[in-house]
Design a protein around this ligand. Structure first.
Ligand code: ATP
Ligand code: MG
Length: 417
């Protein structure tokens, strides 16, 4: 027996119907904000992420699916979407043609992580990237988009946590102080955090280790060490969120894992998903364009973990509700009616009505049972009398009422109700 790859999932049935509904909501909101879809290949040069995400991050250091192709190129299944979008924006000169470029994406990502609830090796992200504006209005716009997208998709019980990392220069001076403080408390730190001290010291701040947390509680706070420009930027973002009525919690320990962030960082979290509690992560990443060899272009974005969003919605809605497979199920009550039944179904479909017929040559009674199973609103019964008279029996499966309708009037009859 062949089995699906560990940490990856087949999606189907009512779960997938709910995915589709959620994806439509996300796309609809992004479109209303003026964002356009952008699709990049699933495979990129591994070097893109080594440069853009950073070798000292978990994503690049431990989680990438890297392989050498037959031509000797070192490629990887994409582990995140921001670096590919920026790669493409540089390659196509997007921002020169459109100084404010608004993009959304939706697709699979791959990370070799320990699979558990809400954490998979293939997972999906829906995200938005706003390229070209350095101003706090841009940060506010993507946060508004994220908040509305999550809300419209049916998620609730979500908290927006927000912080600022400041400009790269002011962060560098803070990093110095933080490292000094952590050095003084080295013995109390976990092995992971001791290692991060040299590779990615800010990352120590969001350690989940109990010992680390005690040390962190006394650490210097980043927001106290920012230059005025960084403080003004953050203040303006918060003021915009206040006036838009978007609630947030400031979290001075929120740093996010990647090297490319600056200024605003944020996460939408929920208390309903246990350890995998972050549904969406985002922030400003002004340094990334130049890290990838482009000109200096400011940008801000977020990505929603669609798998986790679906877990949350499943909890909110008490499961995945089945959806009807069609509007009308056309039953052939005699053998002679089987082909005419298919033709009636075809006519309905061409008029935009979802219709199905039996393909197992079942009895009329069994077809009516199938009609109920599909959750169709209507059944059409086609027997010898109906064939002779050019009519059909139209049955409302909700009320069980039925009456003869001429073929001619069938469409208007169904569309009317
Ligand atoms: P975490 O701390 O949970 O590992 P992350 O910081 O690695 O998250 P990001 O790189 O910011 O996550 O990705 C954005 C979102 O994508 C996350 O908030 C989460 O909802 C989702 N996500 C990340 N990794 C996975 C995964 N392995 N399986 C499912 N969803 C994921
Ligand atoms: Mg992770």
């Amino acid at each position: 027996m062949h089995q699906v790859v560990r940490g990856m999932r087949d999606l189907f049935g009512s779960e997938l119907s709910t995915w589709q509904r959620v994806e439509r909501c996300l796309i609809e909101v992004a479109t209303q904000f003026g964002y356009e879809e952008f699709r990049t290949p699933i495979v990129e040069h591994a070097e893109l992420f080594n440069r853009g995400v950073g070798e000292n991050t978990d994503i690049v250091g431990k989680e990438m699916y890297v392989f050498t192709d037959r031509g000797g190129d070192v490629l990887t299944l994409r582990p995140e979407m921001t670096a590919p979008i920026v790669r493409a924006a540089i390659e196509h000169n997007l921002v020169r043609h459109k100084p404010t470029t608004r993009l959304w994406y939706l697709g699979p990502l791959f990370r070799y992580e320990r699979p558990q609830k809400g954490r998979y090796r293939q997972f999906f992200q829906f995200g938005a990237e706003l390229l070209g504006s350095p101003h706090p209005e841009a940060d506010a716009e993507v946060i508004m988009l994220g908040a509305d997208a999550l809300q419209r998709s049916g998620a609730s019980g979500i908290t927006l946590e927000i912080n600022t990392l400041g400009s790269p220069a002011s962060r560098a001076s803070y990093r110095q102080r933080l490292v000094e403080y952590l050095q003084d408390n080295l013995q109390q730190l976990s092995a992971d955090s001791q290692r991060r001290l040299t590779t990615n010291p800010l990352r120590v701040l969001d350690s989940k280790d109990a010992g680390d947390k005690t040390v962190i509680a006394g650490a210097p706070v980043l927001t106290d060490h920012l230059d005025t420009e960084s403080q003004d930027h953050f203040g303006a973002v918060l003021a915009l969120l206040d006036s838009a009525g978007i609630a947030y919690t400031r979290n001075a320990l929120l740093v996010r894992g990647l090297d490319y962030y600056s200024h605003t960082v944020f996460e939408f979290t929920t208390s309903h998903l246990g350890a995998q509690n972050t549904v969406c992560g985002g922030g400003r990443y002004d340094p990334l364009f130049s890290m990838l060899g482009g000109s200096d272009i400011p940008a801000v974005g977020f990505s929603i973990g669609v798998d986790r969003l679906l877990l949350l919605i499943e909890q909110m809605e008490g499961g995945f509700a089945p959806v009807p497979s069609c509007d009308v199920y056309v039953c052939a009550m005699t053998d002679a009616a089987r082909l005419p039944a298919q033709l009636v179904a075809l006519r309905l479909r061409r008029a935009g009505i979802a219709a199905m017929t039996d393909l197992q040559r079942k009895s009329g009674k069994a077809q009516l049972k199938d009609a109920d199973r599909t959750m169709a609103t209507w059944a059409i019964l086609l027997g010898q009398d109906e064939l002779d008279e050019n009519t059909v029996m139209l049955k409302n499966l909700r009320t069980q009422e039925q009456r003869a309708v001429s073929l001619e009037h069938l469409l208007t009859e169904i569309q009317r109700s």
